[in-house]
Design a protein around this ligand. Structure first.
Ligand SMILES: O=C(O)c1ccc(O)c(O)c1
Ligand SMILES: [Mg+2]
Length: 641
């Protein structure tokens, strides 16, 4: 699959955009006109730069408001087009994008538009270029790909074809299956964009909220399946108008973009194979060959070569979560109060292990000087660790180097966009083999915590969407609807992703921009228990002081849920929070924050599937007060050590 990216997706200068696109491995770019106009590089210099980098310049865009106009304006539009065709000639670009008219069209007559496009085609022929007509979702008369396809069909000019943009088609709810009726040689260009389902006007949605494939709500794998069945074999390009990516580092965004297309290529390979299942070929090979036999007259012919990624290795267990901080004393203290046992130090690495049931916390010092604790990594056991790591690396996730002394279990690590690590290890009986590389656990009460329930990772604004894509593409975690939580420092956007069986649940939180200095970064590990109240009581017996929850919360709970008085009093006494959904109940309590990290204990009763979202504002306000109080008295949290 040939890949391309519109320069509008990236921040920086035109030259930086070209270098970033190449560095991320794109084959080509779409030159967005404002980027060229603002550049000090001549068109010839841009062409030379692209050649030097080994990038093709696939498209010049956009040309606007051409068709459906009166004769006088048409003449002017043709002169305007001639100037741009001459410019394209200097750039060495063969295809121009023409957006359907949103401003000057006075007629919706498709024969009139087609005749005008035919004249544009004649002009394009003189400059040896071609025109790809794209229906914008907010076009005055032409706002659907089938209308654009009819007009292109009527124009019947070899230099006039279509640009298909998934956003304009899917945002309007149009059925992309109709793409299969378009002759492949009429599809000149394809732009892929994802987006969250929002209720707003299409123009604002398109200009500000597009996302890279795999990050939004559109079925782009299905879209691509229709596309490849036409026989289209041209570039598949990304055109993502998005306020965040316009500000983020272009090199990071380009890698992120490339990962999204690699994922989409895989989904396309899957969709193509699924459509052809039952036919004899394809089942075993990983490459969807370009030369699929023609299945007779009228049959769709797949020509695009798409390659599968190694299969997802679904997590069988979260084997550990790694926390790093310069001062481990407070975390040790909290773990002990919650009933964890210390295994002591690793035999060759500078980390220590704490465990309870199958919940394991690895504590270590930060890689670089850093005072705030962080959730630094997640360990997973999977059936095929090598395949899991290969898939991640196939999706451009950097490998994390790790040394193993002889006899130690190999773990394969990759780095997520925010720098945290995901390690793959083998599934082995009751306990991972590496546990024995630490000391034997000290004595303690029988475990009340069973395992890690979920991990909550704070994401800086520029990594949030990349992290969603990373966890979705690498581990096939599925997104749940995003929620917004009101905190004293601003609105926190939260996105939960989970494996189909719920073994791995990751909640990503978008830290409000500008709030970082004083914000409680919502980063934590939650442990599952079958009896939160007993655990809270036992912890209190070990001196544990939970995060204090205001009485108002309990009064509100009572009003909403009419709890049995006995339960309500226990919740209130132990600072345990409560929620209920259609199927079950949720009891949960928190430690106070240690810097930016805290711990949570959760009990899911009767299949409760959520995370206590209604309680999050209360919890965030308590954490904020705690932090504020700590600051005011200028003390670290009391530590008995
Ligand atoms: O928002 C726009 O104007 C615009 C321009 C060019 C495109 O390809 C597109 O999809 C939208
Ligand atoms: Mg477009």
């Amino acid at each position: 699959m040939r890949t391309s990216i519109a320069t509008v997706c990236l921040s920086g200068t035109l030259d930086q955009k070209l270098v970033a696109a190449r560095a991320a491995g794109f084959d080509g770019v779409e030159v967005f006109e404002p980027d060229l106009i603002a550049s000090p590089l001549s068109p010839e210099a841009v062409r030379a730069r692209a050649e030097e980098l080994g990038l093709s310049l696939d498209l010049y865009q956009p040309f606007r408001d051409f068709e459906g106009v009166g004769q006088e304006l048409l003449d002017r539009n043709l002169r305007r087009a001639a100037a741009k065709f001459a410019l394209m000639h200097r750039l060495g670009i063969r295809t121009m994008l023409l957006c359907s008219n949103v401003a000057t069209a006075t007629s919706g007559d498709e024969h009139l538009a087609a005749g005008q496009l035919r004249q544009l085609g004649d002009l394009a022929e003189r400059f040896d270029v071609r025109v790809a007509y794209e229906a914008l979702a907010w076009g005055t008369f032409v706002d659907s790909f089938d209308a654009a396809a009819r007009i292109v069909g009527l124009a019947a000019h070899p230099r006039v074809g279509l640009c298909l943009d998934s956003f304009h088609i899917l945002s309007k709810g149009h059925d992309p299956a109709g793409i299969e009726d378009i002759p492949a040689d009429r599809i000149f260009f394809v732009q892929m964009a994802d987006a969250p389902l929002l209720s707003m006007d299409a123009l604002s949605w398109s200009r500000h909220h597009r996302l890279f494939p795999g990050e939004g709500d559109f079925d782009l794998g299905g879209f691509m399946g229709h596309l490849v069945r036409t026989g289209y074999d041209g570039p598949v390009s990304l055109e993502i108008f998005n306020d965040t990516f316009r500000q983020a580092d272009p090199f990071a965004t380009a890698v992120h973009a490339r990962r999204s297309l690699r994922w989409l290529e895989h989904e396309t390979a899957v969709a193509t194979r699924r459509a052809r299942r039952g036919s004899d070929e394809g089942a075993g090979s990983t490459s969807e060959a370009a030369a699929v036999p023609d299945e007779g007259a009228g049959a769709h012919r797949v020509r695009m070569a798409t390659t599968l990624l190694p299969a997802v290795s679904p997590p069988a267990e979260v084997t550990y979560v790694e926390l790093r901080t310069g001062d481990l004393r407070e975390l040790r203290h909290l773990l002990r109060q919650l009933g964890f046992r210390a295994h002591g130090a690793h035999r060759s690495k500078d980390v220590e292990l704490w465990s309870q049931g199958a919940a394991r916390i690895v504590l270590g010092a930060p890689e670089a000087e850093q005072d705030q604790p962080t959730v630094a990594g997640i360990g997973l056991s999977v059936q095929d660790p090598a395949a899991g790591a290969d898939r991640a690396r196939g999706l451009y996730a950097p490998a994390v180097p790790r040394e193993e002394a002889s006899g130690e279990e190999p773990l394969l690590g990759v780095r997520a966009p925010d720098g945290s690590e995901v390690f793959f290890g083998a599934v082995r009986g009751a306990e991972p083999q590496w546990v024995r590389e630490f000391g034997r656990p000290d004595d303690g009460d029988p475990p009340s915590i069973e395992r890690v329930d979920h991990v909550n990772l704070a994401q800086p604004w520029e990594h949030f969407d990349a992290a969603v894509l990373f966890f979705h593409a690498v581990l096939d975690l599925r997104t749940e609807p995003t929620t917004e939580v009101a905190a004293p420092v601003g609105l926190i956007r939260s996105q939960v992703l989970r494996s189909s069986d719920g073994v791995l649940r990751v909640a990503l939180n978008l830290v409000p921009s500008g709030a970082s200095a004083d914000a409680i970064l919502p980063q934590h590990v939650a442990f599952a228990t079958s009896d939160a109240l007993s655990l809270a009581r036992a912890a209190r017996g070990r001196g544990f002081e939970p995060l204090d929850i205001p009485d108002n919360h309990y009064d509100d709970l009572q009003a909403r849920h009419e709890l049995e008085p006995g339960l309500l009093e226990q919740l209130r006494e132990l600072n345990v929070m409560y929620d209920r959904d259609g199927v079950g109940e949720f009891l949960h309590f928190y430690t106070h924050p240690v810097g930016t990290v805290f711990l949570e204990v959760v009990e899911r009763r009767g299949g409760y599937a959520g995370y206590g979202a209604p309680n999050a504002p209360v919890r965030l306000a308590s954490q904020y007060r705690h932090r504020h109080a700590v600051r005011q008295v200028g003390l670290a949290n009391p530590v008995a050590s």
